[in-house]
Design a protein around this ligand. Structure first.
Ligand code: OOG
Ligand code: NI
Length: 269
């Protein structure tokens, strides 16, 4: 496992932008690189199957090993997902949101496809240094992808893309030009970026101490075993946090908002 947080994030970012080219453009819109301004990441997110080999805990181990601590628990009934978030004692480090699909709640057909994928995976890959930016460890056909897609968009995305940051999240609180999410959204839309409007462009708000928005995922080519096709890859998220009554910024997530953020990897319109 990695023993250097910054190196891990740098590798995850490289992998993420390789299939999310719009992240570069968005970066340039939000910070002036000439001034040496940097984006602060609020969090990154990962997806997995709740099978023994690939469980949330296996991914989490990489972060616990780096000093992260488990904080919130979340349940997404309709999407059949369980999630946890992790924080580092050094609050300049991004938070981590990891979800897992409860495979047993899917149809027998979908379960069989997923089992067939995970069976191809060597047990040791989950503890390898590069696991969190290693992508897919199986061959998958476009037909199986489509079958999963008709039942669980999450399952299909994971079958196609594997283990990698599903999104990075800009901390709006740390931006130089504005600290208002609504203004960030306007800037993005003026530049032609397509935002996720499921549940409204801004999910949450001051009343739940967290406001979030996200782009609709880019598209990138996937080599399926039978054909190569462009499908939704990864997206970019924007988070504005508000102070709790005691004066500290809220650090958790909001299940009702997260439920809609998941839909950022749906096909656009
Ligand atoms: C995670 C969606 C939830 C958030 O910030 O609420 C989330 C995902 O799409 O995998 O990231
Ligand atoms: Ni997120």
């Amino acid at each position: 496992m990695h023993n250097d947080i910054d190196a891990l994030y740098s590798n995850m970012w490289k992998d993420y932008v390789s299939i999310t080219p719009s992240a570069h453009k968005i970066h340039a819109l939000l910070v002036s690189e000439e001034d040496g301004e940097e984006i602060v990441n609020d969090h990154v997110a990962f997806r997995t199957f709740d099978l023994d080999k690939t469980s949330l805990d296996k991914l989490a181990a990489h972060f616990l090993n780096l000093g992260y601590e488990a904080k919130g628990d979340y349940n997404f009934e309709a999407k059949k997902l369980t999630a946890k978030h992790f924080e580092h004692p050094d609050d300049t480090k991004p938070k981590v949101f990891i979800s897992e699909l409860r495979v047993k709640e899917l149809s027998d057909q979908a379960q069989n496809i997923i089992q067939k994928l995970v069976d191809q995976m060597d047990e040791d890959v989950v503890t390898a240094d590069n696991f969190l930016y290693s992508g897919r460890h199986w061959d998958v056909s476009k037909q199986d992808y489509d079958t999963l897609l008709s039942e669980s968009e999450y399952a299909a995305w994971l079958a196609a893309w594997g283990f990698r940051a599903n999104h990075f999240t800009v901390s709006v609180n740390h931006l130089g030009q504005t600290n208002e999410l609504a203004e960030v959204n306007s800037l993005l839309k003026d530049a032609g970026v397509v935002l996720n409007t499921s549940g409204g462009e801004i999910k949450g708000g001051e009343s739940v101490y967290l406001a979030q928005s996200s782009t609709m995922a880019d598209r990138a080519e996937v080599s399926f075993s039978d054909e190569t096709v462009a499908i939704p890859s990864c997206f970019y998220e924007f988070a504005q946090r508000y102070k709790l009554p005691e004066g500290k910024l809220y650090q958790g997530f909001v299940a009702a908002s997260a439920d809609k953020i998941f839909e950022s990897t749906n096909a656009k319109g």
